[in-house]
Design a protein around this ligand. Sequence first.
Ligand code: AMP
Length: 250
Amino acid sequence: MKILVPVKRVVDANVKVRPRADETGVDLANLKMAMNPFDEIAVEEAVRLKEKGVATEIVVVSCGSPASQETLRTALSVGADRAILVDCGDTELQPLAVAKLLKAVCAAEQPQLVIAGKQAIDDDANQVGQMLAALQGWSQATFASRVEIAGNSAKVTREVDGGLEILEVPLPAVVTADLRLNEPRYAKLPDVMKAKKKPLDTRTPADLGVDITPRLKTLKVSEPPRRQGGGKVADVADLVNKLKNEAKVI
Ligand code: AMP
């Protein structure tokens, strides 16, 4: 079974981002970048399926600027077999465009399973996996916390409000990884070196016949209002007075 894992290069989760002064987006200059954390979990799951003998090949795909090669090499160093960069230059990529590019890659690669992250932590869209499944006419099981493959179907435990839901989906399917699916491993130094020699092919949106022109316009990106400092109250009567007359909540 071939598994395709889409991985996105995003600002490192530990970096505090700030909007640009003109509020047109987030200031990305000189920030540390890393693989989207949910995609690390997706890669790990694919590698575990290969270690169990369920998967035979893991192909990782990233759509973005050539800098995304670094993210692909990270995935190769923890066990992916091959990588594809869809070089989109500096064009802003929106979820529908990514889903269309992945659809074209699926047409060429014919994976039985796509394991994506549940969302990319930069734009928090939570759309690509669902859009890809819809474009392909495939089943989808999102927010997975457990994946078991049995024959031609996948049994996926999903984290939903108030509990767990277990779905059985026929393959091919799109599964998206939630936080508790697994704990990704770190790459060992020899594997980082070996990853440099693994195949990394480059395609362009034109090669794949996909128009990636943005369809949505970001009007404004701004910081949330600063929290007002708290104050101390002298006694219960003072608190009740403030709640009644200042906050006007009682
Ligand atoms: P999103 O819908 O943008 O929150 O992203 C959900 C998932 O889709 C991510 O966790 C990735 O697995 C995949 N994805 C999103 N954008 C890209 C991209 N530019 N390249 C490759 N995979 C992506």
